[in-house]
Design a binder for this molecule. Structure first.
Ligand SMILES: [Zn+2]
Length: 218
């Protein structure tokens, strides 16, 4: 027979439903009207309780899995923020060391090269630059600049908690273009606002972001 409360199939000799605890009663005599009404009431209450419990159980399970997922998210974002907190080291207030690549960058991007057309001009300016305790600044390569870009972020597309300053000064037409020079007059323009390479081998100049050190393979 089926349990009238939880619908579990129960063998005849059972006295209690092993699932919901309903007490099976076999009445040998016909119940009085009052007794039958009482029985129906009891059954109704037991069913209501059973359904309420089942609902609670499934809600609890849902909550448990939500908490589990949230725990995982929190763990992940914690380790992410830990990573970004550890990525950059500020050297002497004006210089930032990227622990991921070993490169050092000027912290203030607003002190970039004024807009100029040729690599020699950029090279001269960078070689004369003295920022922090260093005077061996140079023009970055494309690979070096791209190593700073976090494509998962925008405005600017730089890693979380980056300590760079004055990026907005260089926003023009919703772009912040930094130029890199690999060879004579062959360079890439990279928009660090949206993290995109705008053009390669362009014939127009731009701003440079001074770097020092050597890119370690990451
Ligand atoms: Zn039952």
């Amino acid at each position: 027979m089926d349990c009238p409360v939880c619908t579990l199939k129960v063998d005849e000799p059972e006295v209690l439903c092993p699932q919901c605890g309903w007490e099976f009663r076999i009445y040998l005599t016909k119940l009085s009207e009052a007794e039958e009404a009482l029985y129906r009431k009891k059954l109704e209450i037991a069913r209501q309780n059973w359904h309420a419990m089942k609902e609670l159980q499934s809600k609890l399970q849902e909550l448990e899995s939500k908490i589990k997922n949230q725990k995982y998210d929190i763990k992940e974002s914690l380790s992410k923020s830990e990573l970004c907190n550890k990525r950059f080291r500020i050297v002497d207030n004006d210089v930032v060391e990227d622990n991921k690549t070993g490169l050092m960058w000027t912290r203030d991007i607003g002190r970039q090269f004024p807009y100029l057309s040729w690599r020699e001009d950029a090279e001269t300016w960078v070689s004369e630059l003295s920022t922090g305790p260093y005077s061996d600044w140079r023009i970055s390569t494309e690979r070096e600049l791209v190593s700073l870009i976090d494509t998962g972020r925008q405005r600017p597309a730089l890693p979380c908690n980056h300590p760079f300053r004055n990026i907005k000064k260089y926003i023009y037409k919703d772009k912040c273009i930094i130029s890199v020079y690999e060879h004579w007059q062959k360079y890439a323009h990279i928009d660090i606002w949206y993290g995109k390479i705008i053009s390669r081998a362009g014939g127009w100049g731009g701003h440079v972001w001074p770097v020092r050190g050597r890119l370690q393979d990451t």
